[in-house]
Each structure stands twice: as C-alpha cells, then as structure tokens.
Design a protein around this ligand. Structure first.
Ligand code: C5P
Length: 291
C-alpha cells in the first residue's frame, strides 16, 4: 500500500506583527494562502521501524536532519502517541521547496505527515486533536493542516475565513539565502501594527493587490537588513511586466509576485530565468479554496 499527500507552499499575502506574548512568541495577523508549488510525502506500509528518506531538489539540504529531529518524524511520533498505531513503515519526502525560506516548507511537511499517517494508520483523529497536535509542532503548522486560504491570528492557532480570492498568477523567487526566523523576529524593532480590515471578497487581482499594498509584511524590513539579497529580489520581481504586487513571504527569504493569470506569471518567470538563472523560481497560481 502506498499513500501520498502534497505539502503546499504557504504564502503570507500580508503579515502584521500585532504584539508579543510573555513567552516571547509574537502575535500575528496574516492572510495565508497556498501556492501550487508543493513537497510530496509518500508512505509505504512495512514492518520495519518508521524511517524517512529525503529526495527531490532540496532533499540534500535536509539530509543531516533526516534523523529523529526532522519535523516529519516528530509529527509521526506525536500522532501515534497515545494511540494503537505502531511506528512502522517507510516515508519518502520529495523536497521541492527551498528550506528555511518563509513559505512554510517544514510546517507544510509536518501537517502533511499528520494528514497522511492519520489515513494510513486508520486513526480517524478528530479535527480538533489534529489542530492541537499541529500547534505543538510549530506556529505555522495549523494553517498548513487546513491548507487553504485562511486568516491567521494569535501566534497562528486562531484560524478564520479569508476573503474570497480571485484566480491569481503567482511567482515565487528565492535567491538561495536561508534566513533564520527567530533572528528576523529578534531584529524587528518597529511598533506593533494593528489588525487589518479586509473585505469579504476580492473580485480581481488588481483590487486585491491595491488593498494589500496598504498592508505590509512587518518582517520584511528586518529580513532585508539581515539579507540584502531580498531587496534585490523584490526590486527585480516588481519590475517584471504585469506584476501587481511584490512582497516577501513569512520571515523570508522567498518573495512573491502577484499577476493576473498563471500565464502572465509564467511569462515573467521566463524573463527572470534569463537574468537570474541561479535563483529558485516557480511560476504558477494560488490555490483557490478558502477556509
Ligand atoms: O513555531 P516555529 O517553530 O515556526 O517558530 C520558530 C521561531 O520563530 C520561534 O521560536 C520564535 O522565535 C519565532 N516566532 C515568533 N512568533 C511567532 C512564530 C514564530 O516569535 N508567531
């Protein structure tokens, strides 16, 4: 038996840091959406102790972590804990998304593990318990469990419906720089931002981009200070024909551009490939479903 789950890249269309908890975690208000770009996790039943193999273009970036510390293995152990599940089988993670890059790759992998092994081991875990386990694994894991456009607040555990999104082309660009999330939060020294006011729906990308332009990713200034290549990537995306909005996702360093269509994003990617062939570039679209 072989089962597969996709772990889609999470993009923060805006991200306001609205406060700080006594334990040091930051309170956020963010609109998280998902790209068609994804890691792929496969499970094959076997009697051997559960093990993880890393594959795909970024698999070697994680190779040293293919141990028990990997978020996938931690998610598997957490899910099995207190159930009859035996930690057996073979997991293969096809790592297509750049590592530590602000698009929730590790969180999406952990969430995909919970969904996949819940099916594989016939656990029928309740949604509330899955969300609870997700929160234990990281602030972005609950939204990645849901894997649809969602407004996240708290530190990421409060999930509310997102505005209806229009069909939208999406370009993702990463210069190859890995940025540490705790370092970016630590370097942030601006005042806290308020919660955003959002409409129920956006009829088209131009209207959405117009509204988003008045919001921000509050982690962009500290991330740019730590990693100047982010500014170069953002300026380059903004100058591409048809780009409606260029912004950094999460704590970086991946940046995104919004376009009217996937075709327009693809055209922009072809131009970009000629000038910056060494960058990781993905052209596609936003996943449509909202929470
Ligand atoms: O939860 P996760 O492991 O993704 O977070 C990594 C680090 O990012 C945390 O240890 C914390 O330093 C910082 N962080 C934060 N506030 C959040 C999410 C993450 O301060 N809401």
């Amino acid at each position: 038996m072989s089962l597969t789950e996709t772990a889609h890249a999470k993009i923060n269309l805006y991200l306001h840091v609205t406060g700080k908890r006594p334990d040091g975690y930051h309170l956020l208000d963010s609109l998280a959406v998902f790209s068609d770009a994804a890691d792929r996790l496969t499970y094959e039943a076997s009697d051997a102790p559960l093990n993880l193999t890393l594959a795909g273009p970024f698999g070697d970036k994680l190779a040293s972590e293919a141990s028990d510390d990997n978020l996938v293995m931690r998610a598997a152990r957490l899910l099995a804990d207190g159930t009859d599940a035996r930690l057996r089988g073979r997991l293969v993670l096809e790592k297509n998304l750049p590592v530590a890059s602000g698009i929730g790759g590790g969180s999406a992998d952990a969430a995909a593990t919970l969904r996949l092994l819940d099916r594989a081991w016939n656990l029928n875990t309740s949604r509330a318990r899955l969300l609870d386990l997700a929160e234990k694994l990281g602030a972005d894991v609950p939204v990645c469990l849901v894997q649809r456009a969602t407004r996240m607040r708290g530190i990421g555990e409060q999930l509310d419906p997102a505005p209806d999104l229009p069909p939208c082309g999406l370009l993702l660009v990463n210069s190859g720089d890995a940025v540490s999330t705790p370092a970016v939060f630590k370097a942030r020294n601006a005042a806290f931002s308020p919660d955003a006011t959002l409409p129920d729906s956006w009829p088209d990308v131009a209207t959405m981009a117009h509204d988003l332009a008045r919001l921000s990713n509050d982690l962009e200034p500290p991330a740019r200070a730590l990693c100047p290549n982010i500014s170069l990537v953002l300026d380059t995306i903004a100058a591409l024909p048809g780009c409606r909005l260029a912004r950094m996702s999460g704590s970086g360093a991946t940046c995104f551009g919004l376009f009217d269509t996937a075709q327009a994003a693809q055209k922009a990617a072809e131009i970009l490939h000629k000038h910056a062939g060494q960058w990781w570039i993905h052209a596609g679209s936003l996943l449509q479903t909202a929470l």
